[in-house]
Design a protein around this ligand. Sequence first.
Ligand SMILES: [Zn+2]
Length: 174
Amino acid sequence: MKLIKGKKIFVGTLVILILGFLIPENLKMPVEGASKSDYNTNSFWFYPWGQSGTHKGVDVFARKGTTINASTPGVVLYAGNIRVGGNVAIVLGPKWRLHYYAHMDEVKTASFSLVGSETILGTVGTSGNAKGKPPHLHYSILTLIPYVWRIDSDEQGWKKMFYLNPIKYFEMRN
Ligand SMILES: [Zn+2]
């Protein structure tokens, strides 16, 4: 009996895991109207980078107040204010990936909201430790399932099993 229950939980978990991979990711540039000239193509894993050591995402520069859309469908796990990121949103999207949007001027979503790709999350700003810098969206993608084969000898290279390079996904769409 116990064995059957364990098996059911295992199969159930597996089904949920697989479902996460079946939802199309179809990642879009989150900053409205932004193109390749609005970010540095070497931005990802830039070193040295302040307190974080390496830059684990991309900074997309735009005028303050520019709309930020969700880059993928998903569920907002957190929307609010934190110290370094300022006004942020964290969205769990397809493939068990977290999408982190930081330094927003205004947050226009709420925790536990369902978002479609292109749902407005907020606007570009300088909140958190971007204060005094040109307005930009800091955008990171984190996989909850570690891609251990991505680990390399770069500074903090082991963290590359979690942090994916958003620029690669932007470029796939061009
Ligand atoms: Zn950044």
